[in-house]
Every structure is written in C-alpha cells, then in structure tokens.
Design a protein around this ligand. Sequence first.
Ligand SMILES: N[C@@H](CCC(=O)N[C@@H](CS)C(=O)NCC(=O)O)C(=O)O
Length: 315
Amino acid sequence: MTKRRFVHATFLFLLPVIVAAFGITTAGAVALVLLTLLWRWVISLSVWVAPARLPELELETISASHFVEKVRWCMDRLGVEYAERPVGGTLGAFYLGRSVPVLHFQTGAVRSSIGNSMEILRYLWGRYDSERGTQADFLAADAGRLALERRIDRCGVDLQVWVYHHVLDDRELTLHAWGCNSSRIPAWQRQALRVLYPLQAALIRKAFRITPGRHEKAVRHIDELLAETEEKLADGRGSILGGEEPNYTDFAFAAIMGLWLQPAAYGGGQADEVRIERDRCPEPMIREIERWEERYPLTTSFIERLYADWRRPGG
Ligand SMILES: N[C@@H](CCC(=O)N[C@@H](CS)C(=O)NCC(=O)O)C(=O)O
C-alpha cells in the first residue's frame, strides 16, 4: 500500500471516532463521508498525475523465509536491480492474508504484483529471457523441472512444520527469527510481534497443525526428497536433474533446504540479522540436523557448494 493510501485508510477508520468525539451532526457526517470519497478519488487520479516514486522492482519479504530465499537467489543470479522490503514474520499471513515473497513491479503506468515463488520465477523468466539472453537460461522451466520444483515447495511446507515444531516453545528464538531483533524491520512491527506472540504462536500451531504426528510426517517427507537427491548426486552431476550447470531448481532446492543447514551465505546478506546459529537451536532440532548431514553427505555438500560457488550477495 502506498503512503497516500495508507493515510487515507487510517483516516477512514478514525472517521466514526471523529464524528462521535466532536458530536458532529448527521449532515456534517455525510459531508465528511463525501469529502473522504473525494480524497480517495484524488488519490486515484494522482497515480496518473504524480505517480508515487517506488523502486522498479521490489521484493516484499520475511528475511528468514526459505521461499523468499528461493526467489531472492534467482533475482541475484539474474543480476536485476531490486529493493527488498522485509516485514515481520507472520503479520502478513494473519492480518493481510498474503504470503511472501511478493514481487511488486511497474507495468506501464500501473503497479502490479505477484505472490507465490513459483509464479514469480515464471514471470522473471518470461520477462528477462528476451532482455538478458543466456543470463536468464537457468530460469527456463520444462515439465521435469516444474515437477521437481513442486516437490521442493511441498518440502518447504514440511520444513515450516519442522522448524515451528522445534522453536515455537522458545519465544525469544522465534521472535528473533521473525525479525524482532532486526533493525531492518519497522519498530512498530517488532513491538506488535512481541505483544501478539501468544496469539501468533497459537495461529501458527493451528494453521500448520503442529503436532508430534505432523512433525514425524514432515520429517519423513524431507527424508524422502533428501534420499532421492542423494541417489541422483552419486554420479557426480552438477545439477539434480542431470548435467553440469545448476539451474533454478537447484537453487530452489538449496534455498529450501538451507533453512535447516543454514550455509554461511544463506540470504545473500539479507538474513544475517535473523540468523539462528546452530548452538542456539533446541537439542532435538540439532540432533535432526546432524542426522540429515550424516545420512546425506553428498546432498549436504551439494547445498554447501552451491552456496559457496553460486550465491554471491546481490549477484
Ligand atoms: N507457496 C508459497 C509459500 C510461501 C510461504 O509459505 N511463505 C511464508 C514464509 S516462509 C509466509 O509468507 N508466511 C507468512 C508470514 O509469516 O507472514 C510460495 O511459494 O511463495
């Protein structure tokens, strides 16, 4: 929402309070409503006359999110200039009904946006394939890549269950991951998260059905994908689906699995303030991470190698 629309929306909510507080008559209240409508109309017209100055490409994020990291990595790889706008974890989901990442961009005279990492990557490919030539080749999608991407994304949801199962009882740890200690998150959001924590945690438990049974199922799914990948990587290939050069499915895989492995370059510099070091994790969580590392050494080093060789901050 642009600043001018935010100010208008805030005034709209305050209107009944103003009418009550100042004892405004019915005729006065009607006049105020008409003026507020006129104000909204002027805002609509201002899009043409004085468009808000916004970055050409803007990625709305939660700094720690692995779905964000998937898109962020591809945008960095593509070499496009964009601004990242991080928000506090869970606020968007439960108060605005949207997930992140969301990509906002200029389309002609108007502002457009896309949510859902899969669709964002298709947009980037469609737009930059012709503009940037071979630089965008890694984003090319086909049936095999789309099927793998879907599996990776499903595993992304399992990892959400996994991470919340482990951290939700540790208020400070969860708030840290949501951005409460990050200078990049607006202060009011950090404060709101601290106050709302019990509600947010309860909503998360409900939304993801965080139970020991669901956690077990999530771990089983994660193991399945890791085991399959381990088998594929045994022939020394450079990309999960075969070939030497990694493509977007490899970056997506590393980004999503990066949530548990936390390679040093996770986030490309954008998630450093929300990082959870391993020794700060609960014991059972560390045990599961170590089990994955031991059982899937090829996959672990594949993710680490992709991060070391292909994940330069901003490029
Ligand atoms: N299918 C979506 C999933 C995105 C998703 O689940 N994002 C989480 C963060 S990892 C989110 O938006 N959570 C809501 C919130 O914390 O406000 C995608 O691929 O973008």
